[in-house]
Design a protein around this ligand. Structure first.
Ligand code: WTA
Length: 632
């Protein structure tokens, strides 16, 4: 393995939290709290979980039956009770849960009391459609409180939600609805982006064609565009469903290990994996990490810019913040419309204290120049979060200086759909190093090892593994236990293999360098190389395709595809556009290749596997490395 200084710019300087931050930190002594979580996990997790409400407490913290873990054994709870009822009963009925804003500055506030009422009504509405505990409900919604209420309504009655990012195409949506065998799909007439209405309902209507197990589409008719006559026993009106239902709905008594949601994410094969999370452990760890990493206080105003369609939205727009009774901003729209200062305008307007976004957005906004954020009063900011991909020191420093004004701390949170919650991050109470995520969170025991599982010395790049189970770990891949087991069997030593390359320095700071497997990170979105390849070959002219990621200044990685055409087809710009369109239809705009090159041959192993590594090295002008298995 290579020495990391040779490959990556490293800033060794430490950035200390300001005195005021240290004074108000919830976690002041990271080292001793971490030590307790590792040496005495039962006591540690028992104390944290006791801060939440349980209908019946657990008998035991962990049952570890490699590679299957169960947490808070026999505990009974409901996550919505902890996210809503608990606060309403504690005098916070009128506290604002969400401030929804759109690109035009339209705003709508929802208190905890109001949110509970909507969730209960919708939960009863879903029940009236025959949805019950264990049933799957797909959610294809804009980034709005209505989407959040839909997720919570499912959790209220024990239905398993499967949110599909509303930027995914009909094909990608169909695959996910089909795999989960969803009984109901909840959607909206449209989502707003760059001042335009992007229709969602037609996509859902097409996606459910031929899927007989789907009993209803529930549609939030945002502007009452639909005619009365369009609704029937299949297409149900979201607003009516709420209006006609009672606001009393007893939360379903959920076992700690009852499923909460499925979220599909990209793996190394063409088919996405349905990552399954359960109730108790996920609830406890999203609660704890939100509280400690973002230092959530009674009056904190928090804004996570993710979309609810991704895990960051699930854990850090919905469950974690609500479990902490936080007031969150949620925005529907993009960061550059109607102007590239829109985020900073809203930070100023709502006096946001904690801002959580992705490096790709920071790099994009950097391009517009520091004069843009300089126009706004950003003095309310105390914590700046980063997530989704490695943050290069240049972007880190820009964020710290121009957004945090050297007064806010930067927390770089490393985690995954599979981990459910933050795993490695800087905490506000100890110094940060730009470009390094930081130290492990509570109960997380990481290591950097070689392929055989042997630990590597400091500052050496290796595979990032986690050596013991943690409460919010994925429990399985929906319908595909063998794919779940692979995480724990990839590298010897009974460890969870994250699929990321990393190194650790003498101070114990972990630096994440990127994926070690065939998964791309494009603008913070996780996309499998194989997924894009199988979309490309759906074009009738294509015989074979190979996809690689190329370093990209803004998006982290851009997608380049090498395509072999079938006999009789001639390369042309028109074909390039057609192939791009095919990918857009099959997967969605986020997966469309930036570059397509027609080739006659692809490098393959003797067993016929495409060597993407060789293609990438060639494209980037690097040494080809070991090519002894190359066929010719
Ligand atoms: C990458 C997103 C570096 C990593 C929460 C991981 C990061 C994948 C960071 C998971 C970070 C996430 N620094 N890389 N702070 N956070 N990643 O499932 O490659 O969409 O494996 O979850 O994103 O992507 P996912």
């Amino acid at each position: 393995m290579e020495n990391i200084e040779k490959v990556h710019l490293v800033v060794e300087e430490k950035f200390y939290p300001p005195k005021e931050m240290l004074e108000e930190c919830i976690v002041k002594d990271y080292e001793s709290m971490y030590k307790k979580s590792i040496e005495n996990p039962d006591e540690f997790w028992s104390e944290i979980a006791s801060e939440l409400y349980w209908f019946k407490k657990w008998d035991k913290i962990l049952e570890w039956n490699f590679p299957y873990g169960k947490w808070f054994i026999n505990g009974k709870t409901n996550i919505t009770y902890n996210c809503l009822d608990r606060h309403v009963k504690n005098g916070k009925r009128n506290k604002v849960a969400y401030i929804y804003v759109d690109e035009e500055g339209n705003e709508k506030k929802y208190t905890y009391g109001e949110l509970l009422e909507i969730v209960n009504k919708l939960a009863n509405g879903l029940k009236s459609l025959g949805v019950s505990k264990g049933d799957r409900v797909s959610i294809y919604m804009p980034n709005t409180v209505e989407a959040i209420a839909s997720m919570l309504a499912c959790a209220r009655i024990g239905a398993i939600h499967s949110v599909v990012f509303a930027g995914f195409s009909e094909g990608a949506l169909k695959l996910r609805i089909d795999d989960a065998k969803a009984k109901v799909v909840i959607t909206a007439t449209y989502t707003k982006r760059r001042g335009k209405k992007i229709p969602l309902l037609p996509v859902v209507k097409d996606a459910v064609k031929g899927l007989d197990f789907v009993k209803n589409i529930v549609v939030w008719d945002r502007d009452s565009d639909l005619d009365e006559g369009e609704f029937d026993s299949f297409l149900v009106d979201f607003k009516k469903l709420i209006d006609n239902s009672s606001s009393e709905c007893q939360p379903e008594i959920m076992d700690s290990e009852d499923p909460l949601f499925i979220l599909y994410t990209s793996g190394t094969t063409g088919k996405p994996k349905g990552v399954l999370h359960t109730t108790g452990g996920y609830m406890v760890n999203t609660y704890l990490t939100t509280k400690t990493v973002f230092n959530i206080k009674e009056d904190t105003i928090y804004w996570c810019t993710a979309d609810i369609g991704w895990i960051t939205g699930h854990s850090y727009i919905v469950y974690g913040p609500l479990a902490n009774a936080t007031t969150s901003v949620i925005m529907e729209g993009v960061p550059v419309y109607p102007h590239p200062g829109i985020w900073w305008e809203y930070v100023q307007k709502y006096r946001v204290n904690v801002f959580y976004t992705a490096p790709t957005a920071i790099r994009m906004l950097m391009r517009f120049g520091e004069e843009i954020p300089a126009r706004y009063d950003l003095s309310s900011l105390k914590i700046l979060g980063s997530v989704g991909e490695p943050i290069n020191p240049e972007a880190w420093l820009w964020y710290y200086k121009n957004i945090g004004r050297e007064k806010a701390v930067v927390v770089d949170t490393w985690w995954q759909t599979e981990t459910g919650a933050h795993m490695i991050t800087t905490l506000p109470c100890y110094p940060a190093k730009p470009g390094k995520a930081g130290k492990p969170l509570f109960g997380v025991e990481p290591a950097i090892v070689d392929k055989e599982g042997k630990p590597l010395p400091p500052n050496t790049v290796g595979h990032l593994v986690i050596k013991r189970p943690w409460p919010s770990m994925l429990r399985t891949c929906w319908g595909e236990p063998e794919r779940y087991e692979k995480y724990w069997k990839e590298i010897p030593g009974n460890v969870y293999s994250a699929g990321d390359l990393a190194s650790i320095d003498e101070d114990g700071y972990i630096m994440i360098l990127g994926r070690s497997d065939d998964v791309l990170s494009v603008a913070g979105h996780r996309i499998g190389n194989a997924e894009v390849e199988s979309a490309i070959v759906e074009h009738p002219a294509v015989a074979e395709a190979a996809v690689i990621g190329k370093p990209n200044e803004i998006k982290g990685e851009s997608i380049k595809a090498f395509v072999i055409l079938k006999a009789g087809f001639i390369p042309s710009d028109k074909l390039i556009e057609e192939i791009k369109e095919t990918v857009r239809e099959v997967l969605g705009a986020i997966a469309v290749p930036d570059e397509i090159e027609f080739v006659d041959k692809l490098p393959k192993t003797r067993s016929g596997k495409i060597m993407r590594r060789v293609l990438r090295a060639k494209e980037l002008g690097q040494e080809l490395g070991d090519i002894s298995t190359l066929e010719d």
